[in-house]
Design a binder for this molecule. Structure first.
Ligand code: DLZ
Length: 197
């Protein structure tokens, strides 16, 4: 398996606040990707209470969710103590990934996110649907990143079949979990963005 991700850099995530929005399509692939992402965030020192996880139906909904989640976190930090949280804006999670997607971490912390990770799995079907969603979501996420000035990590697999997805989610023996790269990228880019401000 040649695809092992970027050469890792170690950065301290202990002062960071990270949002994750994931789609609920292809949840058997999403689940290990989300777990890999969270594992790396925690490994770099990001506190559990500073990781907010929200879900949307499909990848198409990721750009608007990332945009609103970030906006809510900004409002919240300027009106600290109001009792609302960025998590409230998108409602509570109802996915089967409940253990990873809900809990105290969704409401405990406040303040603007340093980065948001968008996770989805698009698997090509028989129509042009895949092409439209993949291209539009990619552009949408980049637009949100540049408009807000915060790193939006592209955790969207665009694959031709389920086997390719499994091979990028660490499910197949010896394969690399790309979620781990996304967690590390969020921390690295958050730290670098603060330094470049
Ligand atoms: C409709 C659809 C299809 C066919 N395939 C996927 C997919 O592979 N991955 C994914 O995340 N979402 C898919 N969706 C759902 C769309 O992203 C979106 O949620 C719906 O079109 C409603 O806007």
């Amino acid at each position: 398996m040649h695809n092992k991700g970027p050469a890792p850099q170690l950065h301290d995530g202990s002062n960071l606040r990270i949002g994750i929005v994931h789609a609920r399509w292809n949840d058997t692939i999403i689940e290990p990707l989300l777990a890999g992402t969270k594992a790396k965030l925690l490994e770099t020192g990001v506190k559990e209470s500073n990781i907010v996880v929200q879900t949307v139906p499909g990848s198409w909904e990721l750009p608007i969710a990332v945009q609103r989640l970030y906006a809510a976190s900004q409002v919240q930090s300027s009106a600290a103590g109001s009792g609302s949280s960025a998590g409230d804006l998108l409602g509570s999670s109802t996915s089967d990934l409940a253990a990873l997607s809900t809990g105290a971490s969704n409401t405990a912390s406040t303040g603007p996110f340093d980065a948001i990770i968008a996770i989805g799995v698009l698997i090509k079907g028989e129509t042009m649907h895949f092409e439209y969603i993949a291209e539009t979501v990619s552009h949408g996420l980049m637009r949100v990143s540049l408009d807000t000035g915060i790193p939006v990590i592209f955790g969207v697999l665009t694959v031709l079949n389920e086997d390719q997805a499994k091979a990028r989610a660490g499910i197949i023996e010896g394969s690399h979990n790309h979620g781990e790269d996304w967690g590390l990228a969020a921390v690295e880019m958050s730290v670098k963005r603060k330094n470049w401000a």
